[in-house]
Every structure is written in structure tokens, then in C-alpha cells.
Design a protein around this ligand. Structure first.
Ligand code: GLA
Length: 434
């Protein structure tokens, strides 16, 4: 009797527990081929840029040798167009033999030898979006096992060429199949991007239970318009998306295009800042062999990375939308700290935005402010009005430390500070008012 109750209880809890593969407790970081290199398979005429093992080896070398890996950028992720058009004689996927002569196992070994990880791409459906072999329902288990045998560390599971009911079965089934291999494999689901709209269609609770991250929305392109429309969608829907995110389960607004052709330096700073506020996975899709030092400095900004990687994993939100086309974003961080981003949608000139921390709903106190892009530090009282100058399509981003304790009572003796007593004011996290 007791055993039956116990078994029932443990079955129920197994059903409702979050995906517990221990992966991606902070948003994953690395490099992903798609946005920059697409489905270029012309290795004859474009050997440096075609989807081949050489491209991933080149990027791995750059991650390992140019300081990226130490900052957390450890995934090297293959996207579409890696596979041979035919499965092998055992019905297993295989890499295109010309472009990947060592197969996927050689690449995963290459990554692991350098302290990096390898990600691969599959598709819940008959074909990938680029027309390569997909993973229909009856191939899910064999493909999961193949990826595990190849020692892959992450799977992006796209959703072209399948219908809603197949997806409803396939995405949870792949989660189970990956877990059943015993190899920890981070699981990125494109499912919600194919469901369209927001709940009741998308069940974010279920997604958090079966996936480590998920693409909620359309593909990013190398343009400011694309970055802005994605950011707008995520912040317009923040009340639904924020509760879905947390350690091990992340909303994915898609790749960073910083270092490509479409964004100015200000816009690059904006993408990096907003992706950090969103606790977004940081997958760069750029050419690390030729990236400019300006773009590199933005992507390698330690403070922004640490904001993105904050262990509490609480996704941030937009808290102010001004008529002047200035917006303010806020994210709560560990140790009573927080991040603020002042963003300008304007297209005229730097805008001098005036506000105060108390207007941004910070509690009473004196705060240490660190400007993450200029490296300047200042102290600011909650009631002090300040001005930030925000460039068109640009940002100012602050790391705000927990407030210095208030109500200090100082005891002086012969002019010297002898002792100070701190009281109260533990509630340092600002309330959100929008
Ligand atoms: C879809 C995905 C992209 C990329 C392509 C590959 O469009 O959303 O990120 O993987 O397929 O064909």
C-alpha cells in the first residue's frame, strides 16, 4: 500500500519535474553557423566559407585562441546542410562525406580536445528547412542515439516539414530519447516558433520541462530592422515569456549578428545589451577570423557577459516607454544588484534623458553605478536627478550595485569615525512598475 503510494507520487513528480539534464544552468554561449554562413555548400569555389569541417575547425581555433572560450563562448554549433542526402545502410544520418571527411565524431573530438563543445542541427519532420533529411517520428530514437554516439553536446531541433500533432509528439519524444542515451545533450527546441502566437497555443511550462532553450520567434537577419523587431516582440510579450525562463530553460531570441555587416557600432552595443537583459543564449553568427576589434570588444565585454550569465537566471523586462522614444530596461541580478539599459529608438541625435533611480522604482539608498561600455563608476542617490546621453539606436548600460546601507549612525570621537551602525534596508531589489 505504502509502496503503491510512493510509486504513484514518484511517477507524478517525474511527470511534472523540469528537464533535469543538468545542462545550461546559465544561458549557453558560443558560435552558430546559420545566420552568417547559411547553406553555402560550394566548397569548390568558396572553400573558406562553405559548410564543411574546415569552417568549424577554423571557428574552434579562434574561440580557443582569441580569448572567447575563457569568457564562456564554448559551443561550436553546426546548423543546417551538414548531412548527406541519404541515410546510411543502417538508417542512420551521416555527414556529407566530401565536406565532412572525418564525420561528426572527428569534429566533436576536436572540440573536446580544446575545452569546447559541439552542437548539431536536426529537424522534427521529413526534411530540414534546407531540404536535407529530417527526423520523422519513427527516427527520433535512432537519431538521438546517433548524436550521442558521435559525442555531440547540443541539439537544435528545427520544425520544418511536420504538422502540429507530429510536433506535439516529436519534441517531447526527442527530449526523452536524448535523456535515455545517458549523454548530457543540451536541447534547443524550435517548436514555439512553429506554433505561432502566444498561449494558449504555446505551453511554456511544458517547454521548460522538456527543452533547455527554445526559439520563440522568426529568424534573425543581418539588419537593425530585424534585431529591433525581435527585441520588440520579446518585450511586448514579456509578461508571458519572463516566467518561462530560468536556470536550464531559456527563451531564445536567436543569434547575435554583432560583427557582421548590418549593424552600426551603436546598434551592436544595443543588441548585446538587450540580449543580456533578456538572459538570452549568446550564440554569435559571424566570422571570427576577420571580426573587427570594435565588434570583438562588445562581444567580449566581461561585465555584460556576467550580467547575461547571472546565476539567478531571472529574465529582465522593459520598465519604461517614453513618448520621447526612450525606453528603459531592467534586470534583477544576484547580490541585490541590477542592470539598467537606456535605449533610444530615435533617429536624430544623442538624446539627453533625465530621470532618477527612484523614478525607476529603486528603493531609498545610495547606489554605485558602473557604466559597462565606458568603464566609469559613480555614486548616485535614489532621489538625485541624472541625465544619460543616449545615441540614436544606441544604449547606455549600467550595472547597479546593491545600495549602501542607509540610516548609518556615525559616532565621532575627536573628529575620527569610530564606528558606524547599519540598520535595515535589506529590501534592495527595486519593484517593477510597468
Ligand atoms: C530555420 C531556422 C534557422 C535555420 C534554418 C536552416 O529557418 O529557424 O535558424 O536553422 O532553418 O535551414
Amino acid at each position: 500500500m505504502h509502496l503503491a503510494v510512493f510509486l504513484l507520487a514518484s511517477t507524478l513528480s517525474a511527470i511534472t519535474f523540469a528537464l533535469d539534464n543538468g545542462e545550461m544552468r546559465t544561458p549557453p554561449m558560443g558560435w552558430l553557423a546559420w545566420e552568417r554562413f547559411r547553406c553555402d555548400i560550394d566548397c569548390k569555389n568558396d572553400p573558406k566559407n562553405c559548410i564543411s569541417e574546415n569552417l568549424f575547425i577554423d571557428m574552434a581555433d579562434r574561440l580557443a585562441e582569441d580569448g572567447w572560450r575563457e569568457l564562456g563562448y564554448t559551443y561550436v554549433n553546426i546548423d543546417d546542410c551538414w548531412a548527406s542526402m541519404e541515410r546510411d545502410e543502417n538508417g542512420r544520418l551521416q555527414a556529407d562525406p566530401k565536406r565532412f571527411p572525418g564525420g561528426i565524431p572527428r569534429l566533436s573530438r576536436y572540440m573536446h580536445d580544446r575545452g569546447l563543445k559541439l552542437g548539431i542541427y536536426g529537424d522534427m519532420g521529413t526534411h530540414t528547412c534546407g531540404g536535407y533529411p529530417g527526423t520523422p517520428l519513427d527516427k527520433i530514437e535512432v537519431d538521438a542515439q546517433t548524436f550521442a554516439d558521435w559525442e555531440v553536446d547540443m541539439l537544435k531541433f528545427d520544425g520544418c516539414y511536420s504538422n502540429a500533432s507530429e510536433q506535439e509528439k516529436g519534441y517531447p519524444l526527442m527530449s526523452k530519447a536524448l535523456n535515455a542515451t545517458g549523454r548530457p545533450i543540451g536541447y534547443s527546441c524550435s517548436w514555439p516558433a512553429y506554433q505561432g502566437g502566444l498561449p494558449p497555443k504555446v505551453n511554456y511550462t511544458q517547454l521548460g520541462e522538456i527543452c533547455n532553450l527554445w526559439r520563440n520567434y522568426g529568424d534573425i537577419q543581418d539588419s537593425w530592422g530585424s534585431v529591433l523587431s525581435i527585441a520588440d516582440w520579446f518585450f511586448e510579450n514579456q509578461d508571458i515569456l519572463i516566467p518561462a525562463a530560468g536556470p536550464g530553460r531559456w527563451n531564445d531570441p536567436d543569434m547575435l549578428v554583432v560583427g557582421d555587416f548590418g549593424l552600426s557600432m551603436d546598434q551592436s552595443r544595443s543588441q548585446m545589451a538587450l540580449w543580456a537583459i533578456m538572459a538570452a543564449p549568446l550564440f554569435m553568427s559571424n566570422d571570427l577570423r576577420t571580426i573587427s576589434s570594435g565588434a570583438r570588444n562588445i562581444l567580449q565585454n566581461k561585465m555584460i557577459i556576467s550580467i547575461n550569465q547571472d546565476p539567478m537566471g531571472i529574465q529582465g523586462r522593459r520598465i519604461v516607454k517614453e513618448k520621447s522614444h526612450i525606453e528603459v530596461f531592467w534586470r534583477s541580478l544576484s547580490n541585490g544588484a541590477s542592470a539598467l539599459v537606456f535605449f533610444s529608438r530615435r533617429t536624430d541625435m544623442p538624446y539627453r534623458y533625465q530621470t532618477s533611480l527612484s523614478k525607476l522604482n529603486y528603493t531609498t539608498g545610495s547606489y554605485k553605478i558602473y557604466d559597462v561600455y565606458t568603464d566609469q563608476t559613480t555614486m548616485l542617490k535614489d532621489t538625485t536627478n541624472f541625465v544619460v546621453s543616449v545615441n540614436p539606436t544606441g544604449v547606455v548600460m549600467w550595472y547597479v550595485s546593491a545600495p549602501a546601507k542607509l540610516h548609518e549612525r556615525h559616532f565621532y570621537k575627536s573628529g575620527n569615525l569610530m564606528e558606524s551602525v547599519h540598520r535595515g534596508d535589506e529590501n534592495t531589489i527595486p519593484r517593477v512598475f510597468l
